[in-house]
Ligand binder design. Structure first.
Ligand SMILES: Cc1ncc(COP(=O)(O)O)c(C=O)c1O
Length: 358
């Protein structure tokens, strides 16, 4: 980072941190399949709750987030003291790192995975330890175990993994958790939990119950469709949840977000019908891609992954030309969110045309 000759002295370490790259915005008539958002607009009851809360945004929100925390505690059958909320689950993830790791400490995660992990690790002054995925795009749990040292304070397990969609099964994850030292915090990032249909993928909430070093991270941004309102939460044993309340930005979850999240939980049946529709689309898109000749791993999330290597940016450009914005990771591959049927069809058309030119 360039340090100006005059002016404030910023932390030189920020120079090595990449800026978070959001999915590209789509033009007026393009489909945005680049940010793993929910393509459906807010449900009526949810929108009304947010609009009602907007009438008092001259006030600070309920700092304890009591209504939502109580609702989540009941929903998951956990004590309210085990629930901590934040500004999106990325906000909670940042608080988790600030709670557990600082300069000289290490944070282990699979790579490629959620792109915020290395950023928020370095913002806390800690050292990221990325562990390459297996050849079939999954976490390499043995390699992750081997990467744990005396300096490791936190391990992220992204299940299913963003951007590949691959999910870990119960037996392998339990074996991993049993082998991780008890003083290392394991964060099971389940941002896409509601899209999982493979019965062998465990629910992290069951795994956390008798493991004080395990924490589950969830969000209202994906299945629940509240990405723009920024609310996520962790379920963790009290010392961890307490630390999250200390390190969170005060009043970070707006009253709009709190009330919309409560309304979303109450409208869950309607929301989960939409999730079912997206899962059906995921199956259709995956099957169509395979029929075109692409290799696609099973995704348990609301996106699919194509490993394109050097052709990644060309492929993304071809999609943009066809009216769909996808998320390229240069030199690696493209992640494509499952969206509206029309957007998915445009993407499949672009993929087929691209494949024929290979
Ligand atoms: C694995 C994973 N975790 C966390 C997040 C953060 O989502 P949010 O901050 O909107 O809850 C994302 C978003 O893309 C994600 O993919």
């Amino acid at each position: 980072m360039v340090q100006p000759e005059h002016g404030p002295r910023l932390r030189p370490s920020l120079g090595g941190i990449p800026s978070y790259k959001p999915g590209k915005p789509a033009g007026a008539d393009a489909f945005k399949l680049s940010s793993n958002e929910n393509p459906y607009p807010p449900l009526p009851g949810v929108l009304e709750a947010a609009v009602a809360a907007a009438g008092s945004f001259n006030r600070y929100p309920d700092m304890a987030v009591s209504g939502l925390v109580a609702e989540l505690a009941e929903r998951f059958g956990v004590p309210a003291e085990h629930v901590a909320t934040g500004t999106g689950s990325v906000g909670v993830a940042q608080s988790l790192i600030l709670s557990a790791a600082g300069p000289g400490d290490e944070v282990v995660f699979a790579w490629r995975s959620f792109e915020a992990y290395p950023i928020i690790t370095q913002v806390a002054g800690a050292t990221p330890v990325p562990v390459p995925l297996t050849a079939d795009e999954a976490h390499d749990l043995d390699a992750m175990l081997a990467a744990i040292t005396d300096r490791t304070r936190l391990v992220f397990v992204c299940n299913p993994n963003n951007p590949t969609g691959a999910a870990l099964h119960r037996d392998e994850l339990v074996r991993f958790l049993d082998a991780v030292p008890a003083d290392v915090l394991v964060v099971l990032d389940e941002a896409y939990r509601e899209f999982i249909r493979d019965a062998d993928v465990p629910d992290g909430v069951e795994l956390y119950r008798d493991r004080p070093n395990v924490c589950v991270l969830r969000t209202f941004s994906k299945a629940y469709g509240l990405a723009g309102l920024r609310v996520g939460f962790a379920i963790a044993h009290e010392p961890v949840a307490d630390a999250l309340r200390k390190t969170a930005v005060p009043f970070g979850v707006s009253q709009l977000a709190q009330d919309a999240a409560v309304a979303s939980l109450r409208a869950e049946d309607a929301l989960l019908e939409r999730v079912d529709a997206l899962v059906a689309e995921r199956a259709r898109v995956t099957a169509a891609l395979r029929a075109q000749g692409w290799t696609v791993v099973d995704s348990e999330a609301n996106f699919v992954w194509l490993r394109l290597g050097e052709r990644t940016l060309d492929f993304a450009a071809a999609c943009a030309e066809a009216g769909v914005v996808v998320r390229p990771f240069a030199g690696e591959g493209v992640r494509v969110s499952i969206g509206e049927v029309k957007g998915n069809d445009l993407f499949l058309g672009a993929a087929e045309a691209f494949r024929k030119e290979l």
